[in-house]
Ligand binder design. Structure first.
Ligand code: GAL
Length: 626
C-alpha cells in the first residue's frame, strides 16, 4: 500500500480566487489528500431547506483537478443558528444542568431525535450529491465525538432515552432494582419512567446507575454515527472515517469503529503533553517541544484495533496550537517525526491540520502549514520532506506485534465511576503498562478484551472490570482489580478476582496516596493501589513484609497492585526470559517500532542521543531493513 499525506482545508474561509493556487501548492508539496467541509453547514444550508452547494461543487472541482483526493466531512458538529430556532431543546445539558449554548461548536445532545434526523438529512443530501463524485475519495462523519466533553448530556431528551434504554436492558424495574442494589438508601423504582439521570444528587449516585448511564451515553454516540454511515453507504463506495481524539473514555471507540471503514485520530503531541498525559514537571520540561514519546504511539495502536487495522491520522499538529495551557513551538523536525511514528504503526495517511492559519475567530493563534499571509510556515517543509521520503521508501507494512495490551472502555467507565482512590485512573494504569512495554523496545497491539491470548507471546490486561473466560490459552498478566466486580458494578458472590483457574482471594483492597508506595522484596513497588490476598497459587512476588504481591496459576499471572515503573521493568524481564522475547532498556528519549520490513528509531529528546553505535539527532528518525 502506498502511504500518503494530506491536509485539512476550509475553502469557505478564503476568497475563491486563491483556491486554485492553494490546491496547486498542496500538490506541489506532495500532499495527496485534502479534508474539507466538516464545519460548513451554515454555508451549505444558510436557511432551512435553502441550499448553496455551488461553492462546494467548485471547491471540490478545484482541489480534485489539482490531483488531490477529497475527504468530505459532514458538518454536524456545527449546526447553524437556525437549527436552534427549529429545535430549541436540542442543546446538551452539563452535569450541573446548565444548557450548553450556541457560539462555538458541538452544541447538540446526542439523544435529541430531531437533531439526529437533521444530521441524517444533511448527510443524505451530501451523499446523494457527492457520493459518485470521482474526487470524493473518503468521508468523515461529524468531527471528534466528545470534543469539549460533549458525549455525555443530562438533557430531558437523554433522560427519556435513558429510561427506554434501561427498560430494554433490564426488562422490569425489579430486575433493575436488584441488579443495582437499589434497596440501599431506599432507591427502589416502581417503573422505568420514574428513573432519573445520575446527576445533581445530594451525594454520589449509585455507581451501578452511573455505569448504566455511561454505557447508554456511549450507545447514543454509536447510534448518531451509524445514522450517518447508513446514509453515506447508500450513495457512495468511498470509505467512511471518523476522527477520534486522545485520552477519551466517554464512549466505546470499538463500537463506533465497527461502523467505520477506517478509524482516524487527531494527534496534537505538544498540546497533549501539557494538557492530558499526566506528565511530571520534569517530563513536561524535557519533552516540551516534542511531546510525550509514548502517548501518540499508544493511540496509534489503540485506534488501529478499532476498525480492523485500517487507520489514519486525520489531524496532525503542525506548530503551536492555541488550546493547551501553554503553546510552545515544536523542535524543527518534529512534525516529520510524528508522521513517521504514525506510519511505523501502520497509518495509511497522515493529514496535517490545517493548511493556512486563520486570521480570525477561535483558532487564529493555531499554526498551519502556511502563515495567514500564505507564506510557508515551518511545517510545510516537514510535510514536503515526508512526502518525498514516502515516495522513495518501499511500503513498510504493518506487523502483528508479539505483545498485546487490553484496553476496555467498560472498565474505564467503571473505575472512573468508582476510583476508590483520588488517583486511580484506568487510562493511566494501562498507559503506564504501555510505557513499560515501549521502554522494553517492544511493538504492541492494543486489543479489546475479546483477544485470543494464544496469538501473542504475552497479553497484559490491567484493571479489567470482568475477565472473560476466553482470556486464556496464552500467557496473561492481569490485575489489579481484574474481575473484581459483576457487569453491574457490584461485588460478585464468590468474591474476587473472578478469573478462571485462579485459587486466589482478595481479602481487602487499599488505595495509596502518592507518598505511601509499598515496596516489594527484590525491588519495585506498588503505588496507588494494593490488594491483600490469600492464595493457593504460586506466589511469584512478595511485598517487603512477605505478603504475596503477585501469583501465578499456569499461564495466568495476577498482580495484586499497581506496579511502579521499576516493578513493571522487573516483571517484563521475567516474562521476556520465559517467552524468549528479546528485551531492551531504551533510554528515556529513544523509542523503536517494528513493521513487517523495517525497524524505526525515534529520538524524542531535545538533544542528540548515542545509542547502539548510532547517534540520533534531536527529533531524529532512522529506519533500517529488518
Ligand atoms: C481538533 C479539532 C479541529 C481543531 C483542532 C485545533 O480538536 O478537530 O477542528 O479545533 O483541534 O487543534
Amino acid at each position: 500500500m502506498k502511504r500518503t499525506i494530506g491536509v485539512c482545508y476550509y475553502p469557505e474561509h478564503w476568497p475563491e480566487d486563491i483556491w486554485a493556487t492553494d490546491a496547486r501548492r498542496m500538490a506541489e508539496a506532495g500532499l495527496s489528500w485534502v479534508r474539507i467541509g466538516e464545519f460548513a453547514w451554515s454555508r451549505m444550508e444558510p436557511k432551512p431547506g435553502h441550499f448553496e452547494w455551488d461553492w462546494l461543487d467548485r471547491a471540490i472541482e478545484t482541489l480534485g483537478a489539482a490531483g488531490l483526493k477529497v475527504i468530505l466531512g459532514t458538518p454536524t458538529a456545527t449546526p447553524p443558528l437556525w437549527m436552534l430556532n427549529k429545535h430549541p431543546d436540542m442543546l446538551a445539558h452539563d452535569e450541573a444542568g446548565t444548557i450548553r449554548k450556541f457560539g462555538s461548536r458541538r452544541h447538540y445532545c446526542f439523544s435529541h431525535d430531531g437533531y439526529r434526523q437533521e444530521a441524517r438529512r444533511i448527510t443524505r443530501l451530501m451523499a446523494e450529491r457527492y457520493g459518485k463524485n470521482p474526487y470524493i475519495a473518503a468521508w468523515q462523519t461529524d468531527n471528534e465525538y466528545d470534543c469539549h466533553d460533549t458525549a455525555i448530556s443530562y438533557s430531558p431528551h437523554a433522560y427519556g432515552a435513558f429510561q427506554d434504554w434501561c427498560a430494554q436492558r433490564y426488562q422490569s424495574p425489579d430486575a433493575l432494582n436488584s441488579a443495582w442494589g437499589n434497596v440501599f438508601w431506599s432507591m427502589d423504582y416502581d417503573s422505568f419512567d420514574q428513573l432519573g439521570l445520575p446527576n445533581q444528587t445530594v451525594t454520589e449516585p449509585n455507581p451501578s446507575h452511573v455505569l448504566a448511564f455511561r454505557r447508554f451515553s456511549s450507545d447514543q454516540v454509536v447510534l448518531f454515527n451509524r445514522v450517518q454511515c447508513d446514509e453515506i453507504r447508500k450513495n457512495s463506495q468511498a470509505p467512511i472515517i471518523h476522527n477520534f481524539m486522545g485520552r477519551i473514555t466517554s464512549f466505546d471507540h470499538y463500537d463506533v469503529g465497527a461502523d467505520l471503514d477506517i478509524s482516524s485520530w487527531d494527534s496534537y503531541p505538544m498540546g497533549f503533553l501539557l494538557d492530558r498525559v499526566g506528565a511530571t514537571d520534569d517530563d513536561k520540561a524535557h519533552f516540551l517541544r516534542q511531546g510525550d514519546p509514548d502517548f501518540q504511539a499508544f493511540h496509534h495502536d489503540l485506534y488501529r484495533a478499532t476498525s480492523n487495522g485500517r487507520w489514519w491520522i486525520m489531524e496532525q499538529q503542525p506548530g503551536p496550537v492555541n488550546w493547551a495551557p501553554w503553546n510552545p513551538a515544536p523542535l524543527p523536525g518534529m512534525p516529520r517525526l510524528w508522521a513517521w511514528e504514525a506510519f511505523a504503526h501502520g497509518a495509511e495517511t497522515v493529514c496535517y491540520f490545517r493548511w493556512r492559519q486563520a486570521p480570525f475567530a477561535q483558532e487564529q493563534m493555531h499554526a498551519g502549514l502556511l502563515q495567514p499571509d500564505s507564506t510557508a510556515a515551518p511545517a510545510l517543509g516537514d510535510a514536503a520532506q515526508v512526502a518525498a521520503e514516502l515516495a522513495e521508501l518501499p511500503d513498510v507494512g504493518t506487523a502483528q506485534a508479539q505483545v498485546a495490551l487490553v484496553f476496555d472502555y467498560d472498565s474505564a467507565y467503571a473505575w472512573e465511576t468508582q476510583p476508590q482512590g483520588a488517583d486511580f485512573d484506568y487510562f493511566q494504569m494501562v498507559f503506564d503498562c504501555y510505557r513499560a512495554l515501549r521502554r522494553a523496545g517492544w511493538s504492541v497491539d492494543v486489543v479489546p478484551k475479546t483477544v485470543d491470548p494464544s496469538t501473542y507471546k504475552i497479553t497484559f490486561a490491567p484493571g479489567l472490570l470482568t475477565v472473560p473466560t476466553s482470556l486464556s490459552g496464552g500467557l496473561v498478566v492481569a490485575g489489579p482489580r481484574a474481575g473484581s466486580k459483576t457487569e453491574e458494578l457490584t461485588i460478585p458472590e464468590s468474591l474476587v478476582p473472578q478469573i478462571a483457574g485462579l485459587a486466589t482471594k482478595v481479602t481487602y483492597v487499599e488505595s495509596l496516596p502518592p507518598f505511601a508506595p509499598m515496596s516489594l522484596k527484590g525491588g519495585g513497588a506498588f503505588e496507588k493501589w494494593r490488594e491483600a490476598i490469600e492464595t493457593d497459587d504460586a506466589v511469584i512476588l512478595q511485598l517487603e513484609d512477605g505478603a504475596p504481591a503477585a501469583v501465578r496459576a499456569d499461564d495466568m499471572i495476577y498482580l495484586a497492585g499497581w506496579p511502579n515503573p521499576s516493578l513493571w521493568r522487573r516483571l517484563l524481564v521475567q516474562v521476556a526470559q520465559e517467552q524468549g522475547l528479546p528485551i531492551m532498556d531504551l533510554p528515556r528519549d529513544i523509542r523503536i517500532r517494528d513493521t513487517q520490513t523495517h525497524r524505526f528509531w525515534f529520538n524524542y529528546g531535545p538533544k542528540p542521543v548515542m545509542w547502539n553505535d548510532m547517534t540520533l539527532p534531536a527529533a531524529g528518525v532512522h529506519w533500517e531493513i529488518l
